[in-house]
Each structure stands twice: as structure tokens, then as C-alpha cells.
Design a binder for this molecule. Structure first.
Ligand code: ADP
Ligand code: ZN
Ligand code: ZN
Length: 799
């Protein structure tokens, strides 16, 4: 028997291996195995079985990693499609489809072949101890003693002369199933000593008669030190012990009480009926539900999931990472109880592995999760929901660079499922698909509680009066805040930049402090007393002298971030409770939901935050939203900058006045005439779509044209350029309709110590670009150590 195995390599092809005699498990597609590859061992996934191979001799599979395959046939196929669409390795996608805790532990070890090693006395004490007392030790043990040149040289010599052997050992999976010891009552007739009433034995038997299977933990909680009595009972054959798998849970708190489903409003009912039809039909169909925040989309999702459950099918619900808070999750749990599995990156490895296992073992049929949950191994999928479908975080920034929304649509298509994309501000791509007739449009135009949308005002920073000493605030905005504080209402202040100020400039030489690893200026953070790079996290304590000219002169800070806005508000409104909500303020696992709860319970009056404040729960008492500077996202050199700004502002504005109280929104800007801002002001998504689509057509960018970005990066500037030229050189003849931009230096020319050059390919059809890519990359382009050649299909970040 021969198996094809996909390995975690940037290659689309699989490798053939012989299946050896004597393994306990039979080969099936989806099973993970350990195989030899290029003088080492690697984990891989069986993708097919066959009788013959074109290669010989074949190496043998070394070991099976599991008894039951991790991958279902559906996920295998889905990953293959992702690999071919996004131009990366099948094994790479398979690997990233599994929770991190399922990664394999492969250790490098050294095995001593001689009684003593020549020259050992030349080493430091810790090394001598290690290599003389042990027969084998790991690379980590060795490195922990911080080997210097002497040690390194000697190690190499020992290996060369065969005194030592380097081997790789497999130490299982990173997260293991958590097992608990349990007790099962075998003889319900058993009795304790009738004369002695409350012996441990009697107590244990009483307990077991109520619940014949109990964990040791449970017994111990009511009967102290039960071990001896339990062991005696086992000897007597009254009970037996067994191991039971328990699933670690992220949400330790008890299940929220079960809630009734809301009676749908007429508008919701209309939307639901279309979904109902489609879900019953077992045919693929994608819907785009456009509904302002607070219009009751989530309630519709819940109803659709219930219907899917009733039909015996499973549901996949994707939401952006940061909206995946316990508040949202509990809305699902309070309707469907333990049938909901939650998958996101805030969970630790064990928890995520266990949730995933619950899905794989069929213990749940509803998954609510972030991006990578699109690969959750649900069977019999009936419904796929992608909430906030426009959100950029669905696109993965590293290999495999898939877009979870698009993968979700494809998954639904293959599974004959109903796909529901929801958003207050649909992406241009999805809206265009409605125009093309590929997606079916649905609308929820009114909010449930507050039929009026908030009044939005654009404040022209060039002309409005500013607060003295706090130039970032218009007088009107401050006055509006003051009014809310008097009325005991809450305020959200939005600025999409964390830190205190984005620039620190020397007054002597006018140089800006920049990151040594990236071509970006460092952001001043007062809280940590220094400057930080927002891309590579480089930190520089506030310098006493200018690193450029050495002058002790004053350093000037320019611009503002959330930290500064928070401080200024504290000065202006000393009695108000103010909370900052950005990545710097998030500490610990449940930080975001704690903050949301504080807002909800009105423990804070003013919240200053980045886009973290735009997501999540209802804040019924928020009646004012202020955007300090809308231009931040508008001015990026990216054709999606306007779209993102429109979406962001619409989302932020949607936070104002959700309950009985009307809301008001102030947007401060230097570009009050920009259509992204004007349409956000008028809540006019339709006009926005028209204007923006027209521009996109002229610019020849998505959704009309498809793009592939090839990014070459190297520690050497020259090499980055050379690589990009090599990429360009691979295109011998430019196919009709294809536009090539580059090789060019990337707008962000240096990042994390690598210089970046790029080639951008554009065409009206992605298929043209895919075949061009296939042709170009037939022979892989060789990169050196620390260099990267990244292919990004449908790129979302062009800088
Ligand atoms: P969205 O997801 O569009 O922001 P939600 O579903 O969260 O909207 O609804 C907003 C608020 O209205 C929530 O507090 C929700 O409980 C409530 N709600 C939604 N649908 C109904 C309904 N049919 N009847 C009563 N309240 C509803
Ligand atoms: Zn200077
Ligand atoms: Zn940096």
C-alpha cells in the first residue's frame, strides 16, 4: 500500500510513501503521520491511498500520530482548494487549519556514542556535567547553557568524528487530551459495615448510588481523603476505575440561563423567510444582509441557526476576532447551551484543542469562531454565517494568505449550504457580487429600538473654533461632551492611533526619531516612558539627547494618539470617569469583555479608544460619539483607504444612541468634502457604493480587476530589488489584459529589518493571473537565508 502525504512545505504537490507492516492503525485519508523527509522527520497528512507509485524506492511512513484522522474529507478538499487559489502549499493550509495545540513536538537530540568525549575538559562546568552524566540530551538543554564558540566547535567535531549522533525524536502533540480518573459503581447492592454508620466507604457508596459514574475530584470534594476506601472498594470488585477525557473550556463561568428567542419583527421575519426557504432547499445560495448596527441581524442569525439545528444540520458562524467576546458568545450559549463551540486566538492551546475536539467528535454542531474557524471540522453543514463580512481581519496576513469570508462562501458552495454574509457596511466585493446576481440581497433598514439613525456632523478642522491648549478638540465637541456628562449619559471618543503622539522631532536638527528596523517613525508612549514601533514593537526609552545631532535641546512631539486624548480629557473634565480602550490598555485574557462590561454598567463616563470601541455589545446609554481625526485612515496610500474610512465611521457612529435616547456624532476632519465622509454623514451606503464603484472601475482595481502582489524582501536592499527584477523577468510575454506594476520599492520600504520590493499583477480575471503565476513559478525562485518571496492573491494591504 502506498500513501500520498501532504507536508507543511510551500509546495502544492504531495509525496508518496510506502505503508509499512505492523502499524496499529490502517491508512486513511486525513490521518496524520510522521515521515522521513530530507534527513529529518516531518508530520504530514495522508491525502490519498494508491497501489502504485512512479517513484522508487519509496521511503516508509515511520509512525502514525493518531488513531482517528484529524481531517475530514471535506476539510482536505477545502484546504486543497485554498492552496491552489492562494498559491501556497496544501500541507501549509492543512497545518494552519488545525489548532496550534495539535502541532507536533519534534526534538533534536544528541546521543553519546563513546564512554567519554575527547576534549570535554576544555568546556565549562555546566557543559561537562551535561555531556558526561547523560547518554542523550536535547538541543534545548545544550543551548540553555549558552554555548560559546569553543563549545560550538567541539560539538561539530564530535558529530563529525561520530562520537555523537544527532537524532530527532518525536515527543507527541503539543497539547494532549486531558484525562481524569473516574469511578464506576459495579455492584449497586454493595453495602458498608451496617454497625458503623458513616464510614468513608458508606459515604462513597451513597454518593455512587446517586450517580454511578463520578470523578475522583467530585468524590474528594465531599469526602476528604477517599483514596484508601476507594482502593479497597476496587479490590472487593464493587467499583472500577477508568479514565475519561475532559474538555478544557475557555468560558469557565457557568452556562448563562437559557433565554427565549425573540419574536421577530416584520422586517426580520421577511429576511428570515428567505433564509428559511434556502435552508430547507439544501442548495447553495449566498445572501448579503445589509443592516445597520442594532437592526437585529444577530437575532436573525440565531433564528437561522435554530432552524438549521432542527433540520439536523450544523452551522458555522464567523465573526471578527475582536467582536468575539463572551457577551456575543453568551448570546449563542443562552440559546443553544453546550451545543456551541467557540474558537478564537484568545484561548490557550489546550482550550482550543479541546473545543476543536468537541467539534470533531460530533459533540457540538454550532461553531462560533474567528478567521481560522472556517476550517472547523463540522459535518453535514447547513448554514454558514459571516458577520461583519467587510472586516479586513478576515484576510490572513501570513501564509496561507486566505480570506476567510471567501473561503466560507466556497465551503458553503461545496456543502450545498446557505451562506449569509452580514454587515452594516458591506464590502465593495460583496456588493458587486449582488449587482452581478451572484449573491442575493437582504435588508434590515430600521433599528429595533431607536428608529432614527444618529445625526452625524462633519466638523471642518480648518475653520472651526478649537479649545485653547487642546487643539485636537473643537469647542463644539467639548460642549457636547459637557452636556452628556451633565445628563449622566456616556461618550465614546474615537481615534485610530494608540500611544501619545506619532512623531518626536528634535528641535535642533529637525530629525524625526525612526525605527531602526522599519522605515517608520516611532510613536511616543508616555505610559511606558519611551517610543515604540507599531510594526515590530521595537522600544526606545525616551532619549536624553538627540540620537542624530547629539543636542540636549527639547524634543518636540507632534500629532496625537489615544493616550494624549485621554490625558487632555482628564484635564478638561477632572470629575468624569475616563477609560482608555486600545491594545495597550488590554491586559489579560478577558480584558476586552471586562471593559465592555464597565461601559455597559456605566462605571465610566467617557471612553477613548481605537477601533476596539467600534465592535461588540450594545451600550444603551452612549449618546455621543466623537471622531477626533477621520483623516488618519483616509490618507493611506491604498485604494481601500476610503472604503475603510467609510466603514469605520459608520461603525463608530452606530454606537451612538442605540436605546431610547437619540444619538449624535461629531466627525472632525480636514477633508469634509470627501465622499467617504459625506456618505457616512448621510448614512447613504447606496450613494457611497455608486461613487466608489465608479472610481474603482476607472482605477482598474477590485472588485472589477483582480490582483496578485508579489513581495520580495531581504536584509540587503540590492537583493530585494534583484529578487523583484527576477520575478518580473519570469514574465516573457505579457498576456492580453494583464497589467504589471513594478518592480517597485514598496511604499513601506523597510519592515523588520528587511527591505521590500514588489511586483503587482492585475487582470480583469483572476484565472489569467493564476495561469501566469503557475508559469512564472514553475521553477521556484531561490531565496537566500532571511529572504522572503511572498505571493499574495487578492491582497488586502498594498503597502
Ligand atoms: P445587530 O446584530 O444588527 O447589531 P442585534 O440583533 O444585536 O442587532 O439587535 C439589537 C438589539 O435589539 C439587541 O439588544 C437585541 O436583543 C434586540 N432585538 C433584536 N431583535 C429583536 C426582536 N425581534 N424583538 C425584540 N428585541 C430585539
Ligand atoms: Zn537633533
Ligand atoms: Zn519597527
Amino acid at each position: 500500500m502506498i500513501v500520498e502525504v501532504a507536508l507543511n512545505l510551500p509546495l502544492q504537490k504531495t509525496f508518496d510513501y510506502a505503508w509499512p507492516e505492523g502499524l496499529d492503525v490502517d491508512p486513511v485519508p486525513g490521518l496524520r503521520v510522521l515521515v522521513p523527509f530530507a534527513r529529518r522527520k516531518m508530520g504530514g497528512v495522508i491525502t490519498a491511498l494508491k497501489k502504485h507509485s512512479d517513484f522508487s524506492p519509496l521511503k516508509k511512513v515511520e509512525k502514525t500520530i493518531e488513531e482517528d484522522p484529524s481531517m475530514t474529507g471535506e476539510i482536505l478538499d477545502l484546504c486543497r482548494w485554498v492552496a491552489s487559489y492562494y498559491f501556497c502549499g496544501w500541507g501549509e493550509v492543512l497545518n494552519s487549519s488545525l489548532p496550534g495545540g495539535m502541532g507536533l513536538l519534534l526534538r533534536q537530540e544528541f546521543v553519546r556514542k563513546r564512554e567519554s568525549l575527547p576534549g570535554v575538559e576544555m568546556l565549562g562546568k555546566p557543559f561537562q556535567n551535561l555531556v558526561s552524566t547523560k547518554e542523550r540530551w536535547s538541543l534545548e538543554d545544550w543551548n540553555r547553557n549558552q554555548p560559546g564558540n569553543e563549545e560550538k566547535k567541539l560539538l561539530k567535531e564530535w558529530l563529525r568524528q561520530g562520537h555523537l549522533e544527532k537524532v530527532q525524536t518525536f515527543a507527541g502533540q503539543r497539547s494532549r487530551p486531558k484525562m481524569e480518573r473516574w469511578v464506576r459503581l459495579l455492584n449497586p447492592e454493595a453495602k458498608g459495615d451496617p454497625k458503623r454508620k458513616k464510614t468513608k466507604k458508606v459515604q462513597i457508596l451513597e454518593k455512587l448510588k446517586k450517580s454511578p459514574e463520578s470523578s475522583w475530584e467530585e468524590i474528594r470534594s465531599s469526602i476528604p481523603n477517599p483514596a484508601q476506601a476507594l482502593k479497597n472498594l476496587e479490590k472487593e470488585g464493587v467499583v472500577e476505575f477508568f479514565e475519561k477525557r475532559v474538555f478544557r473550556r475557555f468560558l469557565a463561568e457557568p452556562m448563562p440561563p437559557i433565554e427565549e428567542f425573540q419574536q421577530l419583527t416584520d422586517d426580520q421575519q421577511k429576511v428570515f423567510e428567505e433564509l428559511d426557504d434556502s435552508i430547507h432547499k439544501d442548495e447553495y445560495q449566498t445572501f448579503l444582509l445589509e443592516g445597520v448596527t442594532g437592526s437585529g441581524k444577530t437575532e436573525v442569525y440565531l433564528h437561522a441557526v435554530r432552524l438549521t439545528q432542527e433540520l439536523g444540520k450544523s452551522s458555522l458562524v464567523l465573526v471578527p476576532e475582536i467582536s468575539l467576546t463572551p457577551l456575543l458568545v453568551n448570546r449563542f450559549r443562552s440559546r443553544f447551551g453546550d451545543n456551541v463551540a467557540v474558537l478564537h486566538s484568545g484561548m490557550d492551546d489546550g482550550e482550543r484543542y479541546d473545543e476543536w475536539s468537541r467539534v470533531r467528535n460530533g459533540l457540538t454542531s454550532i461553531v462560533v469562531g474567528a478567521r481560522s474557524a472556517v476550517f472547523a471540522p463540522l459535518n453535514n453543514l447547513g448554514l454558514v454565517i459571516v458577520d461583519e463580512e467587510h472586516d479586513g481581519s478576515y484576510k490572513q496576513a501570513e501564509t496561507p494568505r486566505y480570506h476567510a469570508r471567501d473561503v466560507a462562501v466556497y465551503r458553503g458552495f461545496k456543502a450545498n449550504a446557505t451562506v449569509l454574509l452580514g454587515s452594516a457596511t458591506p464590502s465593495l466585493e460583496s456588493s458587486y457580487n449582488v449587482q452581478l446576481g451572484k449573491y442575493h440581497p437582504l435588508f434590515l433598514k430600521k433599528r429595533i429600538f431607536q428608529p432614527e439613525l444618529p445625526e452625524v456632523r462633519l466638523m471642518d478642522l480648518k475653520h472651526c473654533d478649537r479649545q485653547k491648549g487642546s487643539p485636537y478638540f473643537s469647542m463644539e465637541l467639548l460642549e457636547a461632551i459637557r452636556q452628556r456628562l451633565i445628563r449622566r449619559e456616556q461618550v465614546l471618543i474615537f481615534l485610530n492611533r494608540r500611544g501619545y503622539a506619532p512623531l518626536m522631532i528634535c528641535e535642533e536638527c529637525n530629525e524625526t526619531l525612526t525605527c531602526p528596523n522599519c522605515s517608520l517613525s516611532l510613536v511616543f508612549h508616555q505610559g511606558i516612558g519611551g517610543l515604540r514601533c507599531h510594526h515590530c514593537d521595537y522600544f526606545l526609552p525616551t532619549p536624553k539627547t538627540c540620537p542624530e545631532c547629539g543636542s540636549k535641546g527639547p524634543q518636540k512631539i507632534v500629532g496625537s494618539g489615544t493616550e494624549q486624548i485621554e490625558m487632555e480629557l482628564k484635564n478638561i473634565f477632572p470629575r468624569a470617569e475616563i477609560m482608555r480602550m486600545d491594545r495597550d490598555a488590554l491586559h489579560g485574557k478577558h480584558a476586552l469583555s471586562k471593559m465592555q462590561r464597565r461601559i455597559h454598567d456605566h462605571e465610566v463616563d467617557i471612553v477613548v479608544g481605537t477601533q476596539l470601541i467600534t465592535k461588540g455589545h450594545d451600550f444603551p446609554n452612549v449618546t455621543l460619539v466623537g471622531a477626533i481625526l477621520a483623516d488618519l485612515s483616509l490618507n493611506l496610500p491604498d485604494f481601500r483607504a476610503g472604503e475603510r474610512t467609510f466603514q469605520l465611521l459608520t461603525q463608530v457612529a452606530g454606537r451612538a444612541g442605540r436605546a431610547e435616547k437619540p444619538g449624535e456624532v461629531f466627525i472632525q476632519t480636514y477633508n469634509p468634502r470627501h465622499h467617504s465622509l459625506q456618505c457616512a454623514r448621510d448614512h447613504d451606503a447606496k450613494r457611497y457604493l455608486e461613487v466608489e464603484l465608479k472610481q474603482r472601475k476607472v482605477l482598474k482595481v477590485p472588485p472589477y480587476w483582480s490582483m496578485v502582489l508579489i513581495l520580495c524582501s531581504s536584509p540587503s536592499e540590492k537583493r530585494a530589488e534583484t529578487l523583484a527584477s527576477m520575478v518580473r523577468g519570469r514574465i516573457k510575454k505579457i498576456p492580453q489584459n494583464v497589467t504589471i506594476i513594478g518592480p517597485l520599492e514598496s511604499p513601506l520600504k523597510k519592515l523588520r529589518n528587511r527591505f521590500r520590493w514588489q511586483v503587482l499583477l492585475k487582470a480583469p480575471e483572476i484565472s489569467v493571473l493564476k495561469s501566469l503565476l503557475n508559469e512564472m513559478m514553475q521553477e521556484p525562485i531561490k531565496v537566500q537565508k532571511d529572504e522572503l518571496l511572498q505571493i499574495d492573491v487578492d491582497p488586502h494591504h498594498l503597502i
